[in-house]
Design a protein around this ligand. Structure first.
Ligand code: AMP
Length: 411
């Protein structure tokens, strides 16, 4: 097996060893080959519990090694099962195609040694290769809900033997957008199973809902309680018509890899066109593009081919892109959770980064919500040449996009 096919960047690890977590020799060998020396805090806490077959809710900030925290014990449990070669026993539901593909890569690395078979069922690509993968009786299916339901309706994906279920980005999988699909899938999954749920955020009502799908779950919460290290947050209050000028100024001011979030797909197309005409190396990603275009856009951004990626919220969660320096919220996120997930695309592991939010008077309530969740005011900043929108309550403005050292809580 070659050394690695997953992104690597510095991540906080514990002093524990993988040997101490109860893993078998073949999995330990795979972990070593991947290049992981010590478990991260979420891995050290989750792996021993998951190996016992207990249900679990795992909360840890984004980029803390959650994917391996569930793929390692699943690979271990299914590899050591006497029936492992015949049945689909693992189901991992992911909110986006990109997260599903990332997860499959981890499973292939950790389970490759003893022929763990996986099928990744995602939309936007042909059904044919997925039918072939399903005919090979995969041990684990990794899927986005819509495409999995297509296969279930065709009778090509059967979930009657699943005894380990993972909901990744669980709060999102259980929100109103996905819930109806997830419920239809869960109807086909035996109730006698292990259920693992992971996320960086878990609003209390969603967590109460999650409990209904689990039995006496263990709760592992290692989200930082104090100020998170590594992210500088900035708020630029501007009139809506001045957002574009503010963005262009920020792009010239902060060099480095930049992810610009925007709410609507049509606006992502418009904005990437604007930036291209301004001479910026830019790509865009949203759900109206083909899977091939999405993969290409992400790969080009990862490899530094284009410095800027304009994205809708499909890129907000779970994506592991090393070295993103700057997140710019061209549109303020719709929820506080979305703010936290978008922000989590920078300052991965032990790196540092900046999150700049452009907002107008219409966004006042949302700003308040974000500030109250983070427990700090977002520092108000300005860029030269762009008139700031003046709030009712006067605040100190920081000239020339000066960097602020304020660190606020990140979950
Ligand atoms: P994730 O939170 O699953 O997106 O993982 C974030 C990054 O941390 C990925 O690039 C992993 O390759 C890396 N990673 C996960 N676990 C470890 C570990 N124990 N040691 C070193 N790197 C790790």
């Amino acid at each position: 097996m070659q050394s690695l096919a997953i992104p690597q960047h510095p991540v906080e690890t514990t002093e524990k060893t993988f040997e101490s977590l109860g893993l078998s020799r073949s999995i330990l060998r795979c972990v070593r080959l991947v290049g992981f020396e010590h478990p991260t805090p979420i891995q050290a806490a989750v792996i021993p519990v998951a190996l016992t077959g207990k249900d679990l809710v795992g909360l840890a900030e984004t980029g803390s090694g959650k994917t391996a925290a569930f793929t390692i014990p699943i690979a271990e449990r299914l590899a050591n099962s006497p029936t492992h070669s015949l049945k689909t026993r693992g189901l991992i539901l992911s909110p986006t195609r990109e997260i599903a593909l990332q997860t499959q890569t981890f499973l292939d690395l950790f389970g490759g040694d003893y022929g763990l078979r996986t099928a990744c069922l995602i939309g936007g690509v042909k059904m044919g290769p997925q039918h072939t993968a399903l005919r090979r009786r995969p041990h684990i299916i990794v899927a986005t809900p819509g495409r999995l339901l297509d296969h279930m309706e065709q009778g090509t994906a059967r979930l009657g033997d699943v005894d380990v279920l993972v909901l990744d980005e669980a709060d999102h999988m259980l929100d109103m957008g996905f819930l109806p699909q997830v419920l239809r899938i869960l109807q086909q999954v035996p109730t006698k199973r292990q259920t693992l749920m992971f996320s960086a955020t878990m609003p209390p009502p969603i967590e109460r809902l999650a409990q209904q799908f689990m039995s006496n779950p263990e709760r592992v919460d290692i989200t930082p309680k104090g100020a998170a290290q590594g992210i500088s947050h900035r708020l630029y209050l501007v009139e809506p018509e001045n957002k574009k000028a503010c963005l262009l100024a920020l792009l010239n001011q902060e060099l480095g890899s930049t992810l610009v979030f925007i709410r609507r797909k049509v606006d992502a197309e418009w904005l990437s066109g604007v930036l291209e005409r301004e001479g910026h190396p830019v790509e865009r990603i949203h759900s109206d593009l083909s899977q091939g275009q999405r993969v290409q856009a992400l790969q080009g951004f990862r490899e530094g081919e284009h410095r800027i990626l304009v994205a809708t919220d499909i890129a907000a969660r779970g994506l592991d892109i090393p070295r993103v320096r700057h997140i710019i919220n061209f549109d303020i996120p719709e929820t506080v959770e979305d703010y936290i997930h978008r922000a989590g695309r920078t300052a991965r592991g032990t790196a540092t980064g900046i999150v700049s939010t452009l907002a107008s008077w219409m966004d006042k309530m949302r700003i308040k919500e974000i500030e109250s969740t983070l427990g700090e005011d977002l520092p108000r900043c300005t860029v030269p040449g762009v008139e700031p929108y003046v709030e009712m309550k006067p605040r100190v403005s920081m000239g020339g996009g000066r960097r602020t050292a304020l660190k606020v809580k990140r979950r």
